[in-house]
Design a protein around this ligand. Structure first.
Ligand code: CA
Length: 250
């Protein structure tokens, strides 16, 4: 049973699909446009997405399924996505597959076929050869790989020298690639580790305890960004929330 996101602007169809997916045992988040879909994806760990390609603009900006799919692929290269196309239009299907869809269905479709294709797509995504374990178990993405036990990593063939805190911070970001990791979550993990020199020095100037932690976090993020230069990965600051590891656009 999977955590799914259903993106469909047709309310009747969305409600109907949602009910049937839930009946099949899945947990379903529903979104009516691309912006809602982005919100769910940023804050939810998902196993798969069912994405309608014909979506309405958001605040005057084009935001169809292809735009959403490209956005997903930049953040979560391995998240399985099945696209729904309204027309039996080969261009539409090709565009969807080129933008990174794992499978497609043409409307109208049979619910049994959607469930079968979803199941097959989720099965494939769990096989390591398809990168399925990347999001949850093995701490690696793109050319970056972290040792699961020791504070070290590799960028391609190059060894990355990491302190304990850099390693645990990068590990948290990597396990939730494309999703926001809260400051508190990082600080809570750090509290279980021995302090490092830079942490106490960074929070000077009479800052409170919590402020000192946040300042130290910024220092570590800055250092990790430098170490990730040229890796194709970037740590983005999501104001007021935390940090997010993402693939840079090619
Ligand atoms: Ca539609």
């Amino acid at each position: 049973m999977a955590h799914l996101l259903l993106v469909e602007d047709d309310e009747l169809l969305r409600d109907g699909l949602c009910a049937q997916l839930m009946h099949a045992g899945h947990t379903v988040h529903a979104a009516g446009d691309g912006a809602q879909a982005q919100d769910v994806i940023a804050f939810t760990r998902l196993d798969g997405v069912v994405l309608d390609l014909g979506l309405p603009p958001v605040q005057g900006l084009a935001m169809d399924g292809i735009v959403v799919l490209r956005w997903i692929r930049r953040r979560l290269p391995h998240l399985p996505v099945l696209v729904l196309t309204a027309r039996d239009d080969i261009d539409d299907r090709v565009a969807g597959l080129n933008a990174g869809a794992d499978d497609y269905l043409t409307k109208p479709f049979d619910m049994a076929e959607l469930l079968a294709r979803l199941a097959a797509m989720l099965r494939r995504s769990r096989m390591p050869a398809f990168g399925g374990s990347l999001q949850t178990d093995a701490p690696r993405a793109h050319r970056l790989r972290l040792d699961p036990q020791l504070p070290m990593g590799w960028l391609g063939e190059d060894v990355m020298e990491l302190t304990h805190r850099e390693w645990s911070l990068l590990g948290l970001l990597l396990k939730q690639l494309g999703q926001v990791v809260g400051r508190e979550e990082v600080l809570a993990v750090w509290q279980t580790q021995a302090p490092e020199g830079v942490a106490s020095g960074a929070g000077g100037g009479g800052a409170s305890g919590a402020g000192a932690g946040s300042n130290a976090l910024e220092v570590y993020v800055h250092r990790l960004r430098r170490k990730l230069q040229g890796s194709g990965l970037n740590i983005r600051n999501v104001r007021g929330l935390g940090y997010l590891l993402e693939l840079q656009a090619p």
